[in-house]
Design a protein around this ligand. Structure first.
Ligand SMILES: NC(=O)c1ccc[n+]([C@@H]2O[C@H](COP(=O)([O-])OP(=O)(O)OC[C@H]3O[C@@H](n4cnc5c(N)ncnc54)[C@H](OP(=O)(O)O)[C@@H]3O)[C@@H](O)[C@H]2O)c1
Length: 251
């Protein structure tokens, strides 16, 4: 059991590895406590020095990295962020304790939405891990490992979906004659302002929609058209596409 998580290793220095590093440092963890591997050559050294090892490589590379660090990670805690690679599959290549988390890119600014599956981890160790991850954002512990797939689709992919919506609103502003720069600024501020309002006033999304869409008004017409065009059905189909892709990655 490891409740001392002083030394952190991050293997994989891509988008997610870097986001984790930035989030930990922004949260006040000294840089000297974190080592990041920037490629296969440094994996063993980085893992050997750590109490907890975050695996932030692509799913297809997970098994080879686990095999590579097997000797130096024995008895340690490995936290994999790889989408779709199960604990049972990872256990074939390591004797370390393995849990999974599904973060998203806003962990870099300590505003992440993180799912964890840590079944089997002793309560004190889980508490220590949670405390570490809560530095990066909100943490939702799922009861079944398969629920991490939902977190992958909604939380992991979510920032991409939100950015798509921001870009769509900006595009409409631009088509109506606003400059590219101002359209982008406008769309960004509308998302930011709406979320800040909802957060400060504790207004749920459905209530917010109803309060802006006054009867007979312009927003009501826009939202009615979005509904009529099957926007929510399109979202459901899009998430379905993501699930199919995830199933393929898992094979
Ligand atoms: N990006 C997201 O928003 C997101 C969200 C949730 C979960 N995840 C998960 O995070 C993981 C990484 O995703 P990513 O988007 O960060 O991918 P990425 O940007 O491609 O980063 C992967 C990194 O791993 C490095 N790498 C490859 N082989 C390695 C090895 N043998 N040893 C050490 N490092 C190695 C790559 O280096 P080279 O470029 O030099 O090959 C690259 O820096 C994935 O499993 C994904 O499912 C990502």
């Amino acid at each position: 059991m490891k409740t001392n998580m002083k030394k952190i290793a991050i293997i994989g220095s891509g988008h997610m590895g870097t986001a984790l590093l930035e989030g930990f440092v922004k949260s006040g963890i000294a840089k000297s406590r974190i080592a990041m591997s920037d490629g296969s050559k440094t994996n063993v050294r980085v893992a050997a020095s750590a109490d907890v090892i975050f695996l932030a490589v692509k799913p297809g590379v997970v098994q080879s990295v686990l095999a590579e660090i097997k000797d130096v990670s024995s008895g340690k805690l490995i936290v994999s962020v790889a989408a779709g690679v199960t604990i049972a599959a990872m256990k074939k290549s390591t004797s370390a304790r393995v849990v999974r988390m599904m973060p998203n890119i806003p962990v870099a600014v300590n505003e992440g939405a993180i799912g964890i599956f840590a079944g089997g981890l002793p309560a004190l160790e889980k508490k220590a891990l949670r405390a570490l991850l809560e530095k990066l954002g909100i943490v939702i512990e799922v009861k079944k490992e398969s629920d991490l797939d939902t977190l992958t689709l909604i939380a992991g992919c979510g920032p991409g979906i939100v950015a798509y919506l921001v870009a769509t609103l900006a595009l409409e502003a631009k088509k109506l004659g606003i400059s590219t720069f101002e359209s982008e600024m406008l769309a960004f501020q509308i998302f930011k302002g709406t979320l800040a309002y909802m957060e400060n006033t504790k207004t749920p999304a459905e209530t917010m929609m109803r309060s802006v869409a006054t009867k007979g008004g312009v927003t009501e017409a826009i939202l009615a058209r979005l509904t009529k065009e099957g926007t929510r059905k399109a979202f459901a189909r899009a998430i379905g596409e993501g699930r199919s892709r995830l199933r393929k990655i898992k094979k």
